[in-house]
Each structure stands twice: as structure tokens, then as C-alpha cells.
Ligand binder design. Structure first.
Ligand SMILES: [Mn+2]
Length: 382
């Protein structure tokens, strides 16, 4: 009996719900877009809505479309098939873009990443082979070189032209990885423009594994790409790691090999023993004022603050410490930067992607500032 009543009521419910949408003559009422614009006007996308580009930057597939010049480009390398532990960093570029809370001035920097007059553009992701690593690495090198050869719309600040072999300004690229192997094709590409480059390498791991006895494509992994880069003489012998704390299967011989590749080591615990200012000073002194490439593995940060990564190591730096070091490196001659190894499938509440997106803001600031910002006195003084 009860079900019969419900069945009888259905046509009445349908008739009632249709009623507000129909006029007397059955036409649909004329609610046009004018009403929205009359009442609310044109509105920008919200921080968490709209097409996926970093911080709502204009988005262009730059490889195919050279019509939009840029001083600084965001570029995704969605590649993770040379990982040793957890794969998934191919989704990193997407998750870092999606984790945009608004980019803007902060008390720490005193400015925002877009307050310098540079043309910033999100150049999208490079469509890389998911199956053939040698092909993907070649694709990355060609793509990076293509963008590096584009004319810049203005004069990049600070100028990098004095370091380039052709004496011209070249755009600078913020690459979103990807596993750490993406640095090899980037260094190959940069070397053609700038010659040998010093590397500031933030990582829990050396990434200078010996490859003796390993043949073919297997030599190149996210643990060995710096060894390959040194074989090819892409780097100076005054590069530096920051944040190292890996367990060494090969014992301390690992460090000897690392030194031969060209690195000096700042360990995670050096932060406790010598302090942040000393860490900054050591990095600056080591790389000097030649061309510098900065590569930041998100696993530098403690897994409690950045769990979504390929090879997590407990006991890392805080996000705030890393951000402060980056501020302190402003004014070096950066020819490119990246952030890698964000594997969002292992994330919780976007904690890793949010840290990475925030660091990308810092990287964009760091590249443009002539010197570290002065410590900011807050609105209430100190
Ligand atoms: Mn790494």
C-alpha cells in the first residue's frame, strides 16, 4: 500500500520540480549571461579553479607555439621510469600546478614572484615516451634546448648574457620533475649554451652512484645521473650537495666517488652544528659567481613534511629551513632550476605538493633578486 502511494506521487513530484523552469507558454525563461555580468561582473578564476597552469600563469605549449616570448618558463618533465624505489613522479608537474595557493609577495621576500617585470609563462609538459628511457632523455634535451634558444622579450635580471657562449640573453626554465634523471638532459642542454656549470644539489642522496660494470641504458638512473654528467664534463668540479643523509650501501667509498664527481657535502646535521647562515655561506663560497644550476629533490625535506617522494629518508630539513636557504642564495648566477621527485600518489592532504609549489615561488624569486632580501621587520617591529 505504501509503495503504491509513492508510485502515484512520482508524476506529481516531476510536474512540481519542472514548474519553476517553464513559463506559461512552455518557453525557457531568458536568464542570459548578461545577468551574471550585470550583478557580479567579470571574475578571475579562484585560486583552486580554472585550467591547470602554475599560479594561473598564461599557458602555452611552447614547443609547438613560439608566439609567446618569456623570460622565465615553467616546464614539466613527466618522467619517472628510472626510479629505484617508488615510481610516480611523472604526476609531479600536475600535482605541483594543482597545489597552487595564490602566488604573491611575502614578508620574507618583501616582493612577489611576478613583481619584477619578467615575462613568465607556463610552457606545459613535454610529451615524453613512457616506455623508452633513451628516447625520453633525448626528448627532454631537445625540448629544453628548443626553449633555451628562444629570444627573451626583455633583459633578464640579473643578466646571464655574460656567461653564454654567444653573449646573448637566454630564457631561464623552472623545470617540474619528474624523477631526478631529468637533470642529465638539462645539463647537456645548458652545457651547449654556457659551458661547464656548477650545481647546487639539494637532496637526501648523493645521486653520484658508480656505474662500473653496468652496461647500456641501465647506467642512467636517478641515482647515477651526476656520474654520467661528470663523464661528459658537463659540470665544474666545485658543485655542492645540501641536505645529505642517505644510508651508504658501499660504505664511505661512496664519498670518495662523490668527491671525484665534483661535489662537496653539506649534511643534514650540519644545519644543527653550524646553523643556517653557515650553510648558505658555504654554498655561495663553493659555487662562486659562474653559471649555477640549482636542483632540488623534495626528499631534502623531512618525510613528515614531504612524504610523497621516490626515496624518503627520515630526519630531514624542515620546509622553512629549505625556503630560508633559497632566499640566502639570491644573487648567484642561476641559469636554470628544478624541483623533482614529487610523487603525489604517496601524498596526504597535498602536503608535499603544497610545499613544492611554495618552493617554486621561492625559486622564481631567488632567480630574479640581485642579492638576498634583508631580514624583514614585521608590522609590529621586533
Ligand atoms: Mn635525488
Amino acid at each position: 500500500m505504501r509503495s503504491a502511494v509513492i508510485l502515484l506521487a512520482i508524476p506529481l513530484i516531476v510536474a512540481h520540480t519542472q514548474q519553476p523552469f517553464a513559463t506559461d507558454n512552455g518557453a525557457i525563461p531568458d536568464v542570459t549571461s548578461e545577468e551574471w555580468f550585470r550583478k557580479y561582473g567579470a571574475q578571475p578564476d579562484l585560486g583552486f579553479t580554472g585550467p591547470l597552469s602554475f599560479a594561473h600563469l598564461p599557458y602555452t605549449k611552447c614547443l609547438e607555439d613560439a608566439s609567446q616570448p618569456f623570460d622565465i618558463a615553467i616546464l614539466g618533465f613527466p618522467f619517472d621510469t628510472t626510479t629505484s624505489y617508488r615510481p610516480g613522479a611523472r604526476m609531479g608537474p600536475r600535482s605541483i600546478r594543482a597545489a597552487r595557493n595564490s602566488a604573491g609577495a611575502t614578508l620574507a621576500w618583501g616582493k612577489g614572484p611576478f613583481d619584477w617585470g619578467a615575462r613568465l609563462l607556463d610552457c606545459g609538459d613535454v610529451p615524453l615516451s613512457q616506455y623508452d628511457n633513451s628516447k625520453a632523455i633525448d626528448q627532454m634535451e631537445i625540448a629544453y634546448s628548443t626553449l633555451l634558444a628562444r629570444p627573451v622579450p626583455g633583459e633578464t635580471k640579473p643578466s646571464t648574457a655574460f656567461m653564454a657562449k654567444d653573449g646573448a640573453e637566454h630564457p631561464r626554465i623552472v623545470t617540474l620533475g619528474g624523477d631526478h634523471t631529468i637533470v642529465l638532459p638539462i645539463l647537456r642542454s645548458l652545457h651547449k649554451v654556457y659551458g661547464q656549470i656548477s650545481v647546487i644539489h639539494f637532496d637526501a642522496h648523493f645521486d653520484t652512484s658508480a656505474v662500473e660494470g653496468i652496461l647500456g641504458q641501465e647506467r642512467i638512473s636517478h641515482g647515477s645521473y651526476f656520474t654520467i654528467a661528470a663523464e661528459e664534463n658537463l659540470m665544474t668540479n666545485h658543485s655542492i650537495h645540501a641536505g645529505i643523509r642517505q644510508k651508504m650501501g658501499g660504505g664511505l667509498a661512496v664519498v670518495d666517488h662523490d668527491v671525484a664527481v665534483g661535489f662537496q657535502v653539506i649534511s643534514t646535521e650540519d644545519m644543527d652544528d653550524y646553523g643556517l647562515d653557515a650553510v648558505v655561506a658555504k654554498i655561495r663560497q663553493r659555487v662562486g659567481m659562474g653559471p649555477v644550476y640549482l636542483s632540488l629533490d623534495i626528499d631534502t625535506i623531512d618525510p613528515g613534511m614531504a612524504p610523497a617522494t621516490g626515496t624518503p629518508e627520515a630526519g630531514g630539513w624542515t620546509t622553512r629551513e629549505v625556503k630560508r636557504i633559497l632566499r640566502g642564495l639570491s644573487g648567484l648566477n642561476f641559469v636554470g632550476v628544478d624541483i623533482v621527485e614529487v610523487a603525489p600518489a604517496f601524498d596526504h592532504a597535498e602536503i608535499t605538493s603544497l610545499a613544492a609549489a611554495s618552493i617554486v615561488n621561492d625559486l622564481i624569486m631567488m632567480m630574479q633578486m640581485e642579492a638576498p632580501p634583508k631580514p624583514h621587520v614585521g608590522p609590529f617591529g621586533l
